[in-house]
Design a protein around this ligand. Structure first.
Ligand code: FUL
Length: 485
């Protein structure tokens, strides 16, 4: 009589309840290069070139290369500042619209080789890519197709061929490149003709030479312009968009809503990058040293970009010495201290969590995955459940004013609407509502003393996932926190 029971115990011990499968991905989903890029969150943009010495934003291409004469160019200093500021990569203007190349290109004479800097023996891309490796930063390039100097510009294919040659030089000569920034600006060549760019062939060169690099433009293919240069993504911000009918630069119809907010029905995964300058201009100018953005403003930009499922590409131009100016470096450090003072201490980390539904009642998808500090685990619900709540006990009462949510976006962006509650003196109070989550969504809540948080997913394209729920408080005195010890 004992045998069947023993057998049952043995069998159930071996096979257990049928393990539930992970949620099926909801298309479109990110490629691995896009996932890796999204994790970087904050990178530096560096505008540097003849404009640094003329004070112009758009050089005409007629500038004498002799004006490019940085006295103390030191890309290690750039990288030290960026690394200390918590940035993960650098995108440099290898060539801006004036056509001057920061490396000795074989496809034009208008380069550092024609400048007095290091007697024409210098190569900014070499210095910067070496420094990036030393400081653990990714290296990226902005190579403007619009070239106001190149004699072939405006001739169509001959110029496109020269441009592809330049692309190959920067993509094969300096080690791994994480991002290629394609500006859409276009003008007329010396022949009075407008250059027609062959973007499909440019993109093929990038895929061939650097398959892990993401390409930026108004329409991707990997990451998109957010539609403004203020560094701000929409509160609703899908990683998806439809590119049909959208062009680049001058050809881009007013598609700013789609760029700013992405599209729920978007057929392609093209998340938003938010570019903005720490100064009024993209290039360094002495008379803008007093107009460098404040730490509070930079912190706000971080929350409006990274905190809205975007990434922040913050331009910090090098000055005429070839250094990141002291004022900019100081602001960056203050920004970092504010970010650390807020997001360095997650009140939900390691705390217990419960959920109204757990996929297959399987521990692999348990509520606790949102507080375990492991980005590879996530809470998920059954396929039939698209409305669900997860609740975290903070294990004490704390002043809070920020809640951070992160979706397991490798499975597609799913959450369409959610709301937050905080438990104050034993009563759940409304703490705000939102739409999309994506890689990261930071919600600003009323500043209250709470001992628990509840996140309710109200609508989702498919059963929702959350890899993280974080709870934070900004410092009571931001000025003091930014100033540091
Ligand atoms: C724009 C350019 O025209 C600006 O000069 C700057 O480089 C900005 C980041 O992109 O399209």
């Amino acid at each position: 009589m004992h045998t069947p029971l023993a057998l049952f115990v043995v069998l159930s011990g071996v096979s257990g309840p049928a393990p539930v499968a992970p949620p099926a991905p909801v298309a479109p989903v990110p490629a691995s290069r896009q996932l890796a890029w999204q994790d970087l969150e904050t990178c530096a943009f560096v505008h540097f070139g003849p404009n640094t010495f003329t004070g112009k934003e758009w050089g005409k291409g007629t500038e004498d290369p002799a004006i490019f004469k940085p006295t103390d160019l030191d890309c290690r200093q750039w990288c030290r500042v960026f690394r200390d500021a918590g940035m993960k990569g650098v995108v440099v203007t290898a060539k801006h619209h004036d056509g001057f190349c920061l490396w000795p290109s074989r496809f034009t004479a208008h380069t550092v080789a024609a400048s007095p800097w290091k007697d024409g023996q210098g190569d900014v891309l070499r210095q910067l890519s070496d420094a990036c490796r030393e400081y653990g930063l990714r290296f990226g390039v902005y190579l403007s197709p619009w070239d106001r100097n190149h004699p072939l510009y405006g001739t169509g294919e001959p110029y496109n061929e020269a441009y592809r040659g330049q692309l190959r030089e920067v993509l094969t000569g300096y080690g791994p490149v994480f991002e290629v920034w394609f500006d859409g600006a276009c003008g007329e060549g010396p022949n009075g003709k407008r250059q027609v760019y062959d973007f499909p062939s440019f993109e093929s060169v990038v895929r061939e030479c650097q398959p892990d690099a993401v390409m930026f433009s108004d329409v991707g293919p990997d990451i998109r312009w957010v539609g403004n240069e203020e560094g701000e993504a929409g509160e609703t911000n899908w990683g998806m968009m439809n590119t049909a009918g959208h062009g680049r630069g001058n050809d881009n119809p007013p598609a700013h809503r789609a760029l700013y907010s992405g599209e729920l029905e978007g057929e392609r995964w093209i998340p938003a990058e938010c570019d903005v300058s720490i100064r009024p201009g993209w290039f360094w100018r002495e008379n803008e040293n007093d107009s460098v953005k404040s730490a509070e403003k930079l912190f706000d930009l971080y929350e409006r970009s990274v905190g809205r499922n975007g990434s922040l590409l913050l331009n910090v131009p090098a000055d005429q010495r070839g250094l990141i100016h002291e004022v900019d470096a100081a602001r960056l450090m203050e920004m970092r201290r504010l970010i650390d003072a807020t997001y360095g201490h997650d009140l939900a980390a390691g705390r217990s969590a419960i959920a109204s539904n757990v996929r297959g009642s399987d521990d692999r998808f348990a509520a606790g995955n949102v507080t375990d500090g492991d980005a590879t685990t996530y809470w998920a619900t059954d396929d039939s459940t698209t409305t669900a709540a997860v609740e975290i006990d903070l294990g004490g009462t704390f002043e809070v004013d920020r809640v951070m949510l992160q979706e397991a976006i490798a499975l597609g962006q799913r959450i369409e609407a959610f709301h937050l509650e905080l438990r104050v003196d034993g009563t759940w109070m409304d703490a705000g509502q939102g739409t999309t989550v994506g890689h990261k969504r930071i919600m600003i809540t009323p500043r209250v003393k709470a001992d628990a948080v509840r996140v309710t997913i109200d609508r989702a394209r498919a059963c929702p996932t959350l890899t993280r729920v974080g709870v934070f408080a900004t410092p009571a005195d931001p000025r003091a926190a930014a100033a540091g010890p």
